[in-house]
Design a protein around this ligand. Structure first.
Ligand code: IMP
Ligand code: MG
Length: 435
């Protein structure tokens, strides 16, 4: 970073993702969080995969906020948590010498727990979708949020009730019957009562000190003008309401989602991350997808394999129409462009600047919605630019970039109509600069 004091901000900032996820939020959070007093995760659950490379090595998280290395972190009410995975991640950090305790991790009691039946129901529902599955991570996200919306299911605070075992038994019986029905009787004894109860008791004991009311902590920090950093998960185009439905996740990975989770509405900066190209994992329309040698280049040079499922990500040219829409619904104020180095050495680079839908042209900001019924039938309109031969990896300021890479960044800034605040040119912490 050219000037680390330029990273400081006042009040609340968010780092989220302008597109379909995996755009390098973890790295930006790792960069900003040394300046934060509090880091809050609000969206999704262990469907997320955040990779952080810092001086301690490489870390992959699904639930633990990437801010854990630097500051106090909170898992807010609206995250869905698989306690087994959370404990696994805590143990991994402890074994590598990074302390995790109630001093740096708080877990809201109002979090809905992902249990074995949510994962099973996720898989059964994908099968029921037949030829058009969503391609979920099968981590139980949709069913856990469904239970929450239906106002059933188990939340973390239930673990501490006097009659918890009675409540668990009732839930167990109901979920068992539900799964038997969903599987048309194929699943006869889908869940192991003793094993599930044992795991929950272990988790209850282990996590107890960290399970605390989080709203007073958030509101106090907010009132005192402390620096709060919201750590996003997934991407705006996966938003349950405004994303590319039905190929979306079940939460709100947007600024609105942060406010819904925290009751904090005054947000100063919203940094939306986007690669210098576009990618998506799972099913769903993707107008600029490349299935040729350039697509392979992006996958291989960009190491585009999912952190959570190991699936090969689909890659293509930068879709300025979808990313503009994503940044808009995300509530972005500024953009962080990541993985610029992946485009090094390409003869030319293309940017999608419009779609053709039913014979009509739609420019950036002109599409009525990005839902599947629209996006599935569009043809991209490209603007072609010259590539660059030198490497961008060593650049630590905009002026260090090859001239054509500079032009590319400025073109993205113009098309997205938002300031590009950060540019990342490699996975390491120092391979980044601000503008
Ligand atoms: P679910 O969130 O597991 O229900 O999956 C729904 C869709 O969102 C699938 O296409 C997933 O691949 C995608 N998805 C969910 N979480 C992430 C993420 O963190 N990064 C990228 N894609 C995600
Ligand atoms: Mg990811």
């Amino acid at each position: 970073m050219s000037n680390s004091s330029s990273l400081k901000w006042n009040g609340t900032s968010l780092v989220l993702d302008a597109a379909w996820g995996d755009n390098g939020k973890g790295k930006i959070v790792d960069y900003l969080s040394p300046h934060a007093d509090l880091v809050i995760r609000w969206a999704g659950g262990p469907n997320a995969g955040h990779t952080v490379h810092n001086k301690r090595g490489e870390f992959k998280f699904h639930l633990i906020p990437s801010g854990i290395f630097n500051t106090k972190c909170i898992l807010a009410d609206t995250v869905v948590v698989d306690l087994d995975i959370l404990i696994y991640e805590i143990d991994e950090l402890l074994s590598r010498g990074i302390p995790v305790s109630s001093k740096n991790l708080l877990i809201s009691p109002d979090i809905t727990m992902i249990l074995d039946w949510h994962k099973k129901r996720d898989a059964l529902t994908e099968v029921a979708r037949g030829e058009k599955p969503i391609g979920t991570t099968r981590r139980g996200i949709g069913p856990a949020y469904a239970d929450r919306t239906e106002r059933i299911g188990l939340q973390i605070h239930h673990l501490f009730e006097k009659n918890f075992e009675k409540r668990f038994k009732k839930e167990f019986d109901w979920q068992t019957r539900l799964t038997q029905l969903m599987s048309a009787g194929v699943e006869k004894k889908p869940y192991d009562y003793d094993d599930m109860l044992r795991r929950l008791k272990v988790a209850r004991k282990r996590l107890k000190p960290m399970i605390q009311e989080v709203l007073p902590v958030i509101w106090k920090a907010h009132k005192e003008g402390k620096r709060i950093l919201g750590e996003g998960a997934q991407g705006a185009l996966l938003d349950i309401d405004l994303g590319t439905a039905p190929y979306v996740t079940s939460s709100h990975p947007t600024r609105a989602g942060f406010s819904a989770a925290t009751g904090v509405y005054k947000i100063n900066h919203v940094y939306a991350a986007s690669r210098a190209y576009t990618a998506r994992v799972g099913s769903g329309p993707f107008p600029t997808e490349l299935t040729d040698a350039i697509g392979d280049h992006l996958v291989e040079v960009g190491h585009e394999y999912g952190t959570t499922t190991g699936r090969r990500r689909r890659c293509g040219w930068f879709d300025a129409v979808a990313t503009y829409y994503g940044a808009h619904i995300a509530g972005a104020t500024e953009i962080a462009i990541t993985k610029l180095d992946v485009l090094d050495g390409l003869d030319e680079v293309k940017i999608c600047v419009g779609y053709i839908f039913e014979g009509k042209k739609y420019g950036i900001g002109k599409i009525p919605t990005i839902k599947n019924r629209f996006l599935d039938h569009v043809k991209p309109i490209y603007k072609t630019m010259n590539g660059w031969s030198g490497s961008t990896k060593e650049a630590r300021a905009f002026k260090d970039l090859p001239k054509n890479a500079q032009k590319y960044i400025l073109e993205l800034q113009k098309l997205l109509d938002k300031k590009i605040r950060f540019v990342s040119v490699g996975p390491k912490r120092e391979e980044m600069f601000s503008m």
